[in-house]
Design a binder for this molecule. Structure first.
Ligand code: SF4
Length: 374
């Protein structure tokens, strides 16, 4: 079932490692809201979509900078133009330094039923290094406020392989997340993205990144620890208690359609992918001029769909051979017998009559296997 995404492109300050499109401060907030509603109305008119959307995701940026009435205006526009399921999973990404109990209660009254907190670490020195705006204490307080406001479906983003991070320090983060009653965890390794302040720091030798061995050790610690606490790993970096897998994430990984609004947002709709311009100013000007805000697009060929299906399904629930056969007219195992059987013999893949799945060991080399298959 398809999903809806709104990119809210504001942050209080930029974090040193972040390459998502966002700007510091809320100077252009009013224009953003007006144009975003306009964009949603226009796409709604153009597409006349009959499908029921089962998830809505406000990402960014820092959507939790929006007041409830602002978020409500965007939600109303989505509901006015698209059929949004009554029980749709509706997520707001939150920066712990930007929430109050009142705001979260108001979000809940609007129908928001899932919060995703960018916490990254429960150590203040890590948070300073990452230039997060909150302390560990504030992160804990933010999550407690979410509970008091009635949210039970709460994700935390945590980051491992931070400089100097020991297994004990990482384990402390996982333990704090569990103690706070989180139902979902996204655990990513620190990645040095081109063009970020962190990339400059690494280039100058001011920051040393973790070795591959240390990264793998922390990743394995994550998988083992969370499995022992009952969190199912349903994607390479995502873990959930039963019933709390993120419906919106699954839309992407199941290769289902989604529509995105706001600067830099991507959409995939009926075998057409398009992406909005990554600039608030240019995006707003394009919308104000009466058009769409795309800066590019492509029709998805069978070859592209096949490659994406392999990499998206392999990193999540696995490739269902019968579905693959129906979609692409061949069997994934027959197409790649040598590589797949070798990976199976090495304990990286499980191959059954109807599934090809990564094993726990295979998760460590997911990218390499995908590259070999696509
Ligand atoms: S708060 Fe999130 S989106 Fe904003 S700069 Fe930091 S990591 Fe990027």
């Amino acid at each position: 079932m398809p999903g809806l995404y709104v990119h809210v492109p504001f942050c209080e300050t930029k974090c040193v490692y972040c390459d998502f499109y966002s700007v510091e401060g809320m100077d252009r907030e009013a224009a953003f809201l007006t144009r975003c509603v306009e964009e949603i109305d226009r796409r709604g008119d153009a597409l006349q979509a009959k499908e029921t959307f089962t998830s809505v995701f406000f990402g960014g940026g820092t959507p939790s900078l929006l007041r409830a009435e602002q978020l409500g205006a965007l939600l109303s526009a989505l509901r006015r133009n698209f059929t949004v399921a009554e029980d749709a999973e509706t997520t707001v990404e939150c920066n712990p330094g930007t929430v109050t109990r009142g705001k979260l209660e108001d979000y809940r009254a609007l129908g928001v039923n899932r919060l995703s907190f960018g916490v990254q670490s429960f150590h203040d020195d890590d948070l300073r290094f990452l230039s997060r705006i909150h302390t560990a204490r504030e992160a804990e307080d933010g999550i407690a406020l979410a509970r008091e406001a009635g949210f039970e479906n709460v994700n935390l983003d945590l980051m491992f392989s931070l400089p100097g991070q020991t297994p004990a320090r990482w384990l402390h983060n996982l333990e704090r997340a569990r103690a706070l009653g989180t139902t979902h965890l996204s655990c990513y390794s620190l990645t040095v993205e081109k063009g970020t302040p962190l990339a400059v720091m690494v280039e100058r030798g001011e920051v040393r990144t973790a070795s591959e061995d240390s990264d793998a050790q922390l990743y394995e610690l994550t998988m083992d620890t969370l499995a022992s606490w009952g969190f199912a790993q349903y994607e390479v970096s995502n873990y959930a208690l039963e019933g709390y897998a993120c419906r919106h994430n699954l839309t992407y990984w199941r290769h289902e359609d989604y529509l995105g609004f706001g600067p830099s947002a991507h959409s995939t709709w009926k075998r057409r992918r398009s992406w909005n311009v990554s600039s608030i100013r240019a995006w707003a000007e394009q919308i104000a001029a009466g058009g769409d805000a795309f800066s590019g697009g492509e029709d998805l060929t069978d070859a592209m769909l096949r490659a994406e299906h392999i990499s998206l399904r392999l990193r999540s629930e696995g490739i269902r051979r019968s579905v693959f056969q129906k979609m692409f007219g061949s069997d994934i195992v027959d197409d790649n017998p040598a590589l797949l059987r070798q990976c199976e013999a090495s304990g990286l893949l499980e191959i059954s009559d109807d599934f090809v799945r990564l094993t726990r060991k295979g998760m460590l080399v997911c990218e390499e296997i995908c590259l070999g298959l696509t």
